[in-house]
Structure formats: structure tokens, C-alpha cells
Ligand binder design. Structure first.
Ligand code: RIB
Length: 304
């Protein structure tokens, strides 16, 4: 089973030719409202790929809450422990340009009220994988991380958005997943600033956690470090419509594949294929692939 602790949002998508400059106004016909939030996207990706998933986060009492929760329930995600807050449900304003690149501002709202202490001990079982990101208060993540480790769970931390993580908490992370910017932020907080390549950074971060480090590089795939060895997995060749949530798809599918019994490299390979497919429609959860769809493309990807 996979337990996702993290954010739930409603995403307001604005399709633009190019991003407006400061002081500029641009027009777009209409906004599209879709389910989002890094936590919810990862839960949805894991469930679509066949995982048994429970989501814990916080939403408001408003109508907006229905957007992420309805989408998760439709995929069979257990939403029974989602907390209800007096703050508004999280919302993200997402501009997507003609190349499928995005620019995002998140109004966190209820996400910042989630309580790790309210997570019952019964869900922290040694055969469950805990998946977290950084769109909820860091201290709540760390509290749950400590409890999860004490319960013998495997832990996945996606350091998105970027931030520093105390060494004591990094020691509790089995799989650290970051993009290049996030890896730079964490690396520079732990080591003397040097101009290392991505492989050396993955190796150094893996050494810090004594676990696996995966650095996602968008169209350049993923670099991984495990047990002192480096491996590279090239991206699936696709023409993206919208890259929003591609990193979340990677994390969710990776967790589902681990839960399926795959080793790190095979799980990464499947997650790379799945995250490429996730970019083929507008919206973070719209194009999430099933396991069958991932398997149909995974042979195109060779681990190096
Ligand atoms: O990673 C993409 C997600 O980031 C969006 O769904 C948005 O809600 C923000 O949390």
C-alpha cells in the first residue's frame, strides 16, 4: 500500500502564447479547472498505475475541495482520512505556454493546516510506502517521517518545492527525488558550493541519506545514485502538451512500481515512461497512464 501525505489543490489553468512580462496583460479565452496539488497528483498517479493508495492532506469546507477529492475517489484512492480545515482549499494558478512549459503560483490555504499527529498509527505499517512532498508544513512532514521510520516503513521524499532538509531527517529518507533546481538548493545547503555535475550531486545526496537519490531532468530523463553507483534513464520521446505534474507522475508511478516489487532501476524506468505519457493532455492528472499503457512504452527506454 502507498500512503501519500501532502497537498490537494484545484488547478486553474490559463493557456497563453507566451508568459506575460511584468506589467503586461494577455488574454486567454477561458480558465480550465482541474484537480491538482503535488500530493494529490502523486496519489492519483500511483492509483492509476495500479497501486492501492491512501491520501492524507487537508481541504477547506468550500466547494473547491470537491475538485481534487472527486478525482481521487474516481481512481479508487482512499480519502477517508483527509482532514477538514477552516482555511480555504488550496488553489494553483497555472499558466501553460505553447511549448507546454508552465509557470505556477500556489495559494496554499488548508494545505498548511494538515496535522501529522492526526494520522493514526494503524496506517503506518511496515508494508506501506510513505510518499511526501514539500507543499505542506515541513515540520508536519518530518514528524510523520520519524513515525514512519520507527514503524519500519519505506519512505519517499520529493523535495518539491525546493528547500533545505535537516540532516537528521534526511537520514530517514530511503528515496530522495528532486529536480535539478531542488537538488541544487539541497546540495548547496549541505556542502560547500562547488560546480559539480548532476551525477556527482546525485552521488553526494545519496551519500547524505544513505539511500537512493533520483534527480529528474525533464526531457533529459533521470540520473540516479544507489549504493555508490550512478545510472541514467533517458526520457520517453513525446511531444508535450502540458508538463504540469510530470514530476508528480514520476513520483507516484515510482512508488507504485516499488510497491509492486520492482527494484529501483526498473521502477525508475517505468516511472520515466509514465511521466512522459502524463504530458500528453492539459492538466496534471488528465493523461496519467495505466500500468498497461506504461508497459506498452517502457521497452523504448534503456537504462544506462
Ligand atoms: O506539480 C504540479 C502541481 O503543483 C499542480 O497540480 C499545482 O497544484 C501545484 O501544487
Amino acid at each position: 500500500m502507498i500512503l501519500v501525505f501532502g497537498s490537494l489543490n484545484a488547478d486553474f489553468f490559463l493557456q497563453v502564447k507566451t508568459f506575460p512580462l511584468p506589467g503586461e496583460t494577455v488574454l486567454t479565452p477561458n480558465a480550465l479547472i482541474k484537480a491538482g496539488g503535488k500530493g494529490a497528483n502523486q496519489a492519483a498517479a500511483a492509483a492509476k498505475a495500479g497501486g492501492l493508495v491512501k491520501m492524507i492532506g487537508a481541504v477547506g469546507t468550500d466547494e473547491v475541495a470537491k475538485v481534487p477529492i472527486t478525482a481521487l475517489k474516481a481512481l479508487g484512492v482512499d480519502c477517508s482520512a483527509i482532514q477538514v480545515s477552516d482555511q480555504a482549499t488550496g488553489m494553483a494558478m497555472i499558466m501553460v505556454d505553447e511549448q507546454g512549459e508552465n509557470s505556477i503560483v500556489v495559494a496554499s490555504g488548508a494545505n498548511m493546516t494538515v496535522q501529522a499527529d492526526a494520522v493514526t498509527q494503524a496506517v503506518l505499517t511496515s508494508d506501506t510506502i510513505l510518499v511526501m512532498q514539500m507543499e505542506v508544513p515541513a515540520e508536519e512532514n518530518f514528524k510523520l517521517l520519524r513515525r514512519a521510520k520507527a514503524s519500519g516503513m519505506k519512505t519517499v521524499l520529493n523535495v518539491a518545492p525546493a528547500r533545505e532538509i535537516p540532516q537528521a531527517d534526511l537520514n530517514l529518507v530511503d528515496y530522495l527525488i528532486l529536480n535539478e533546481i531542488e537538488a541544487d538548493t539541497l546540495y548547496n545547503s549541505l556542502y560547500e558550493k562547488t560546480f559539480l555535475g548532476v551525477e556527482e550531486k546525485a552521488a553526494a545526496l545519496s551519500e547524505k541519506t544513505q539511500g537512493v537519490c533520483l534527480i529528474t531532468l525533464g526531457e533529459n530523463g533521470v540520473v540516479g545514485a544507489e549504493n555508490g553507483e550512478i545510472f541514467k534513464v533517458p526520457a520517453l520521446s513525446v511531444t508535450p502538451v502540458d508538463t504540469t505534474g510530470a514530476g508528480d507522475a514520476f513520483v507516484g508511478i515510482f512508488a507504485a512500481m516499488l510497491d509492486n516489487g520492482m527494484d529501483t532501476r526498473q521502477a525508475v524506468r517505468h516511472a520515466v515512461a509514465g511521466s512522459g505519457l502524463a504530458c500528453l493532455k492539459m492538466g496534471a492528472q488528465e493523461a496519467l497512464p495505466s500500468l498497461k499503457e506504461i508497459e506498452a512504452r517502457v521497452e523504448e527506454i534503456e537504462i544506462m
